[in-house]
Design a protein around this ligand. Structure first.
Ligand code: SF4
Length: 194
């Protein structure tokens, strides 16, 4: 895909998400949150859904959990613009409840299209909900920090940064897991060359 095609597909998808009324979450959202970043590192991060701050700003992970994520990423010299970061659902579920099955059904094609366009080598799932979208039969405690191959990509489950804010033990585990991302990206690149 040429760079021009890449930009035009992303812009088209972003505007579809911003004006989407496919599920009832559009009735209570302030702004939908398509995602942000270039994804040029080959890394995509996927959370559950926008929260209070994200809904106000139209950007993913801008609250306290996002600040923690930025800090941990800076320790491995990765910035937001290097990755693509998004959520399973693009509009905030009221009171931050879990997305409902029909909301997931309507919204997940957007994520599928984003994966197709950005073509990440590594997808980091942030938290249990995102993990269960990619690997429905796994629990976060049993697979966090493990690389799992799926459809030619590496799925790398980690705890959600919000869990790190609630408990310093989770924050340390998250730090340890995120510190392995650079070597994951390098090895995924080497595998691609073979
Ligand atoms: S959550 Fe997804 S499907 Fe529902 S209105 Fe928002 S963008 Fe559309």
């Amino acid at each position: 895909m040429s760079f021009k095609d890449f930009i035009s597909k992303i812009n088209y998808l972003d505007s579809s998400i911003k004006t989407c009324t496919l599920c009832d979450l559009h009735k209570t959202r302030n702004l939908s949150v398509p995602g942000s970043g270039t994804g040029f590192s080959g890394l995509m991060m996927v959370g559950e859904g926008p929260g209070f701050n994200e809904d106000k700003e139209g950007l993913p992970f801008v609250g306290r959990a996002g600040k923690l994520l930025d800090k941990l990423l800076s320790e491995i010299s990765i910035t937001r613009k290097d990755i693509f970061i998004t959520n399973i659902v693009k509009c905030r579920p009221p009171n931050n409840r879990d997305p409902l099955p029909n909301e997931l059904e309507f919204c997940s094609p957007y994520l599928e299209k984003q994966i197709k366009i950005f073509n990440p080598r590594v997808i980091v799932t942030l938290g249990r909900f995102s993990l269960s979208y990619f690997l429905p039969n796994k629990t976060i405690s049993s697979v966090r920090g493990q690389q799992i191959e799926l459809d030619g990509r590496i799925i790398y489950p980690v705890y959600h940064p919000a869990a790190g804010l609630r408990n310093s033990k989770f924050s340390e585990i998250l730090r340890k897991d995120l510190h392995l991302i650079p070597s994951l990206l390098v090895s995924s690149l080497e595998n691609k060359k073979c």
